[in-house]
Design a binder for this molecule. Structure first.
Ligand SMILES: [Zn+2]
Length: 393
């Protein structure tokens, strides 16, 4: 047994407990939570952690495959500039790609991630995932604007998914973004996710230009397609936002994870909610600042009662894979949000989104959620400080 206590214990399935103690089995299972006014409370053999103890983070959106692109793409170029630059620097030796992914996986774990939703276009990350302490859910991502390539893109996704599952790793198919798939391809993926009871993720309203393209069929995104030689001839202006288009396509109460939502408005969120109550809105604030120097309208998302989850996105658009840094960024921009709420999004909601809530996301008896110490945490005012750090313990 391990006994751990800290200035504030934040179990997430009950109110925070000052000087609360965790009783944990050797395998990491939560056996008991003891408050200082209980007669079972004894500091003998207990280890003290200054700051807070919280459950392990569930990072809902990452791209291990892009780990070698740290500091290689300029900031604030907006999404279309970012993608163009990314494509020009993406290639690297297998060795460089592998060692960067391994370093990223280690950073994720030491900074407290016990589970990660990771986007993969190929199989390069599978071996690292197989040997990892992190539970990965791999989203096999598919592209293709032309309906002619839909079947081929879908079938190659299925074959990647099969090789993932042969390694006993979890995953599902996902479309890259509303602007990069045909109706035919996204419909095939939607059906596959429904048939397999799996969650689908999609990059969503990360740029103004996505909205322009859907509304009018014009704008910077179309110009980028032309510069990059991507045929957008099959893309007709929809006269509606990509959120409305997506809501039309998904099934009632389909489980879906919408990533970014930087330029989503109230009508967009309502359109999704009318169709499904099983939607999770993933925030990757540091990537949004890196690419667009903008943040989602968090007050609106809260007013619309969105289920919020948190991701780091990739090292191509972030200087770290540190979930606490994402939460600090949100707290700085929206000081009225309490840190237990932020931790709930980053732990419990992420676990729910990825179907891992039976074992992860809170210090509930019987779970094995991982334990993270937030040092230099202001336990009195429940504030993440500039010097706060997260570490798995
Ligand atoms: Zn992404």
């Amino acid at each position: 047994m391990r006994l751990l206590y800290s200035d504030i214990l934040i179990p997430l399935d009950q109110a925070p407990i000052q000087m609360g103690m965790l009783v944990v089995s050797e395998s990491g299972k939560i056996e008991e939570i003891v408050s200082p006014n209980s007669e079972n409370y004894s500091l003998e053999n207990a280890q003290y952690y200054a700051g807070a103890l919280i459950p392990g983070f569930v990072n809902a959106h990452c791209h291990l495959e892009l780990s070698h692109l740290k500091n290689k793409v300029s900031r604030h170029t907006q999404l279309d500039g970012f993608v163009e630059e990314l494509m020009s620097v993406r290639s690297a030796s297998q060795e460089e790609i592998s060692s960067s992914m391994k370093a990223a996986e280690e950073e994720l774990f030491t900074k407290g991630c016990v589970a990660v939703g990771d986007i993969s276009n190929g199989s390069a990350s599978f071996q690292i995932k197989q040997g990892s302490k992190i539970q990965f859910h791999t989203f096999i991502e598919r592209f293709g604007l032309s309906a002619d390539v839909a079947s081929r893109s879908f079938e190659s996704g299925i074959s990647l998914l099969n090789s993932l599952q042969e390694l006993n790793l979890n995953g599902s198919l996902s479309p890259h973004a509303p602007y990069s798939v045909s109706d035919k391809l996204i419909d095939m993926i939607i059906e596959h996710c429904l048939d397999n009871h799996s969650i689908m993720t999609i990059h969503h309203q990360e740029s103004h230009s996505e909205n322009d393209l859907f509304q009018s069929g014009q704008g910077p995104m179309l110009e980028r397609f032309q510069r990059m030689g991507i045929s957008a001839s099959g893309f007709n202006a929809k006269g509606k936002s990509s959120a409305s288009w997506l809501a039309d396509r998904i099934h009632t109460n389909q489980k879906i994870m919408l990533v970014h939502n930087t330029f989503s408005n109230r009508e967009d969120v309502q359109a999704i909610h009318v169709k499904t109550k099983n939607a999770y809105f993933c925030l990757c604030p540091k990537a949004n600042l890196y690419i667009s120097n903008a943040l989602p309208n968090l007050n609106m998302l809260l007013e619309e009662e969105c289920e919020l989850i948190i991701g780091t996105d990739s090292l191509a658009s972030n200087d770290s894979l540190d979930m606490l840094d994402e939460l600090r960024t949100i707290q700085n921009a929206f000081p009225s949000i309490s840190s237990p709420d932020l931790f709930r999004w980053a732990c419990l909601n992420g676990a729910k989104a990825m179907g891992m809530e039976n074992n992860l996301g809170s210090f509930s008896i019987g779970k094995t959620p991982g334990i993270v110490n937030i040092s230099n945490f202001n336990a009195k005012e429940m504030l993440i400080l500039p010097e706060s750090e997260a570490r798995i313990v």
